[in-house]
Write a protein that binds this ligand. Sequence first.
Ligand SMILES: [Cu+2]
Length: 121
Amino acid sequence: MERLHSRRNVLVGAVVSATALAFTRKGAHAQEPGIHVVQITKFAFVPDRLEVSVGDTIRWTNQDLAPHTATAGGFGWDSSEIVNGSSAEIVVTEGMETSYFCVFHPHMRATLEISGNREPR
Ligand SMILES: [Cu+2]
């Protein structure tokens, strides 16, 4: 029941932050892909270190007035520009780069930890 409820929340989107927090608490033992929310605020990624699994979605939400990006250190993946109040999502894939930054503000840096695989659905 809890999983069904979580999946519906992901689709609805409005309550996705609460879902992401719940997912984080469940940790690596959760079987279904989850959504991890990273807030971009005051020129920083929060959290700046995120544990994810292949198949999970990472959603960056920009709370700053300035535009930002989430861009892999070697440019292997890129959110493209995220303007104030909007979000971008990337699905975690096997072997993807785990360090990223903002191309507009290269001092903004963060890291992913890819902890394991989930069964394809
Ligand atoms: Cu930026």
